[in-house]
Design a protein around this ligand. Structure first.
Ligand SMILES: O=P(O)(O)OC[C@H]1O[C@H](OP(=O)(O)OP(=O)(O)O)[C@H](O)[C@@H]1O
Ligand code: HPA
Ligand SMILES: [Mg+2]
Length: 182
């Protein structure tokens, strides 16, 4: 838990997120128009708000499953070691799969998770991330769909936490420590 005082500055409004999700859903609908067996996989915990809004815009026959991966703990730095804390409930062999993530930062999490899921031989495996911080990338990973490209700032809200707090903010904000300001 952080003991340092901080404030949160809004970066992306709830309205802007909703508008972008409508656009993304239309693109995903086109990509998967021919499937009746799409499995939408949310990565816990960070994607829980995004996946809830996205699936309601998709208007496709889908199943929902979850996988829990963790690499940050309560810090602002990736441990670079992705732990799978909860696996999918269902099999994905021969299925079309869309992995839903909140943010691609160093890339370790989605790189690891997509490698794991690909080894299970899905028919199609695609990824969507609401946020992308390309300047922080440590492994070569690109998501098929991105909501917003953002600068190298630590963000919270809309499912994303700082030390498990602030996931319930309806917008995306940046953390600014007030004890650094003169
Ligand atoms: O690209 P990366 O550097 O790997 O960072 C992105 C991942 O880090 C955060 O998860 P975290 O490990 O904090 O767990 P959480 O989803 O439960 O918050 C975030 O939700 C992404 O899953
Ligand atoms: O900017 C971030 N905020 C919160 N958690 C994160 N995990 C990776 N990047 C971030
Ligand atoms: Mg996560």
């Amino acid at each position: 838990m952080s003991e340092r005082p901080y404030v949160i500055d809004e970066m992306i409004s709830a309205k802007a997120i909703a508008a972008r999700i409508e656009e993304l859903a239309a693109e995903i609908r086109r990509e998967f128009a021919d499937t009746d067996k799409l499995v939408v996989v949310g990565l816990l915990r960070g994607s829980f708000v995004f996946i809830a809004d996205l699936v309601r815009e998709l208007q496709l026959p889908i199943e929902v499953d979850f996988l829990e991966a963790s690499s940050y703990g309560d810090t602002m730095e990736s441990s670079r070691e992705v732990r799978i804390l909860k696996d999918l409930r269902g099999a994905i062999e021969g299925r079309d799969v869309l992995v839903v993530e909140d943010i691609v930062d160093t890339g370790h999490t989605l790189n690891h998770v997509t490698g794991l899921l690909r080894s299970r031989n899905p028919a199609r495996l695609r990824t969507i991330a609401l946020l992308d911080k390309p300047s922080r990338r440590e492994v070569d990973f690109r998501s098929d769909w991105i909501g917003f490209e953002i600068p190298d700032k630590f963000v919270v809200g809309y499912g994303i936490d700082f030390a498990q707090r602030n996931r319930n903010l309806p917008y995306i904000g940046t953390v600014r420590f007030t004890d650094e300001e003169g």
